[in-house]
Design a protein around this ligand. Sequence first.
Ligand code: NDP
Length: 248
Amino acid sequence: MSNNITGKVVVITGASSGLGEAAARHLCAQGASVVLGARRVDRIVSLADELTRAGGKALAVATDVTRPDQVQRLVDMAVQTYGRIDVLINNAGLMPHSPLERRKIDEWDRMIDVNIKGVLYGIAAALPHMQRQQSGHIINVSSVAGHKVRPGSAVYAATKSAVLMLSEGLRQEVKPYNIRTTVISPGAVATELPDSITEPDVAQSIQQFYAAYAISADSFARAVAFAISQPEDVDINEILFRPTRQEL
Ligand code: NDP
């Protein structure tokens, strides 16, 4: 029986670590061709080499998601190399938490550029191909923080809340093209994400929280695989998961 993953062409932004890397490994092992985008080229090249040596199909494309031309190139390379794009996972993101009163305007800009505009650039790059194909699947990565704001997380939560709204708007608009849409909201997952926090006191408290609660990135990979593997007439629109121990 088909898993509805084998043979699919899956483009993943932010594939150089954490959730994107875990999804790439999991989907490739299930027969998908994965196209990896990130700025740390050494990491995605070595991941693509490793997956290819293991018998999978993988391609690395240097991509900064704040650059629409680079996101377009990432998607176009997937189509040129493998003939189509079946899934785009808009995963790249950063989380430099801090209270608003500390006025970390550069970090606010960066979160808006990567977490919101990066997702939009991915949608812009993939949609024409998927419309032409009359099939496709766009998976956006939000967060529990997109549903619940806490002191220190206002800007990050706002960007992830924006991803929820964009995803619902996209869902309604792409109905005529037979395109599926999923927004995934993870709780604390052990990745390099807290490393983007520059305020030492905030970093320390988030690191402690992650050390106590975070679960493996495989949890995300399995959620992605669940959404993709459904029959084509089943559209899993939203997934929210947390570590069992995580309260908020
Ligand atoms: P990581 O820090 O491990 O990974 C972040 C990824 O985003 C890296 O691959 C990084 O690649 C990429 N990235 C950052 N900026 C850019 C950019 N400008 N262009 C291209 N890629 C970029 O964290 P996670 O794996 O945890 O994060 C993945 C997503 O999951 C994020 O959107 C995050 O908000 C979300 N999330 C994570 C949770 C968690 O607890 N871990 C919980 C909820 C949501 P590079 O630096 O090489 O460019």
